[in-house]
Design a protein around this ligand. Structure first.
Ligand code: ATP
Length: 287
C-alpha cells in the first residue's frame, strides 16, 4: 500500500467532540482543572506535530512503546514490554504468538477495553489511550467492531436484538425509536449477509457456535465500524465453521476495505491476513 504525507487538516472524528479540534484552545485546562474532550483532541494535534512517524494518512491505528503489567498482590507481572506497531487503513493484520505472550492484552489495549501503564495509542491520528472513559466507550460503539472467541452475545436477546444492540446504545431509547425501521432493516440485511437470516428470532442458546459467531460479526458491523477487532474469532469453532467465518472476514476486508486486527494462535487463520506480527513474551519478535 502506498503511503502519503499527512494532511494536518484531517478532521477530528465525531466521537471526540462536536466542535472542530482546530477551534479548541491548545490543551488549556478549564478553570476547574478538568480537560474537556476538545482539549484532549487539541492536545493530540499538538503532540502529532512531534511524532512524524505516526503522521502518515494511511496509518489508521498505531501504538508506541506500550507497557502493561498485571498485579497479583504486591507483585507486578509484566505482560507487554514496549510494543510499537501500526495498522494501515484497509489492512488485515494478524497478531500471533504462543499462549500467554500477551496477544489478548495487546488487543484489549488497542481496542480501549483497558489502558496501558505507559506508551500511547492513536486512532486516526488522535490519542485514544488517555481520553476519558465515556469517550472511549463512544469510540468503541461508533467506530470499532468487536468479535470475541466466546461470542459475548446477550443470552436473553434474539440474534436480531443482539445485532440491534449497538444502535440502541448509540442513539439511546429515543434515538433508536426514531430510526427503528431503518435499524431493523439493516440488522436483517446483516443477518442475511452472514447467512443466518432464518435465525433472526432465535436466542443464542438456540444457535450453533458458528451461527453465534455470525450473529456476533453482524452485530460488530451494525454501525459500519472503521476497524474490526477479532480475538480468536474461530477459536471455539470446528474447522469448517472457522473457515467460513474467515472467508467472511477476508471478504469484508477485500470488498469493504474494512481494517481488521485479529488475534490468533492458528497459523492457517493467520495466513488469511495481509501481515502478521508475532509476540514473544510481550515483545514483538524481530524477523
Ligand atoms: N486480568 C489479569 N490479571 C492477571 N494476569 C493476567 C490477566 N490477564 C492476563 N493475564 C496474564 O497475562 C499474560 C498474557 O495474557 P494474554 O491473555 O494477553 O495472553 P495471550 O497471548 O492472549 O494468551 P492465549 O493465547 O492463551 O489467550 C498471561 O500470563 C496471563 O496469565
Amino acid at each position: 500500500m502506498s503511503r502519503q504525507p499527512l494532511q494536518s487538516t484531517s478532521a477530528s472524528p465525531g466521537w471526540i467532540t462536536p466542535r472542530r479540534a482546530a477551534d479548541a484552545p491548545l490543551a488549556s485546562p478549564r478553570s476547574n482543572g478538568v480537560l474537556t474532550l476538545a482539549d484532549h483532541a487539541a492536545r493530540s494535534r499538538q503532540e502529532l506535530e512531534l511524532t512524524p512517524v505516526l503522521e502518515e494518512v494511511s496509518i489508521q491505528l498505531a501504538c508506541r512503546e506500550l507497557f502493561k503489567s498485571y498485579r497479583k498482590g504486591n507483585i507486578g507481572i509484566p505482560v507487554l514490554q514496549g510494543i510499537s506497531l501500526f495498522v494501515e487503513r484497509g489492512e488485515f493484520l494478524a497478531i500471533v504468538g504462543q499462549s500467554g505472550s500477551g496477544k489478548s492484552t495487546l488487543m484489549h489495549l488497542l481496542a480501549t477495553l483497558d489502558q496501558p501503564d505507559a506508551g500511547e495509542i492513536r486512532f486516526d491520528h488522535h490519542r485514544i489511550d488517555n481520553i476519558p472513559s465515556a469517550a472511549r466507550d463512544m469510540l468503541r460503539n461508533r467506530h470499532f467492531g468487536m468479535v470475541f472467541q466466546f461470542y459475548h452475545l446477550l443470552p436473553e436477546m434474539t440474534a436480531l436484538e443482539n445485532v440491534l444492540a449497538p444502535a440502541m446504545i448509540a442513539g439511546g431509547v429515543l434515538g433508536y425509536l426514531r430510526n427503528r425501521a431503518a435499524y431493523r432493516r439493516r440488522a436483517y440485511e446483516l443477518l442475511e449477509m452472514v447467512g443466518i437470516g432464518h435465525r433472526a428470532k432465535h436466542k443464542p442458546r438456540e444457535l450453533s457456535g458458528g451461527e453465534m459467531q455470525r450473529a456476533a460479526v453482524a452485530r460488530a458491523l451494525m454501525l459500519k465500524p472503521k476497524l474490526l477487532f477479532a480475538d480468536e474469532p474461530t477459536g471455539n469453532l470446528d474447522r469448517a465453521s472457522g473457515e467460513s467465518i474467515m472467508r467472511m472476514l477476508a471478504e469484508l476486508n477485500d470488498r469493504e476495505k474494512l481494517t481488521i486486527v485479529m488475534v490468533t494462535h492458528d497459523p492457517w487463520i493467520a495466513g488469511q491476513a495481509d501481515r502478521t506480527v508475532k509476540l514473544v513474551e510481550g515483545r514483538i519478535a524481530q524477523g
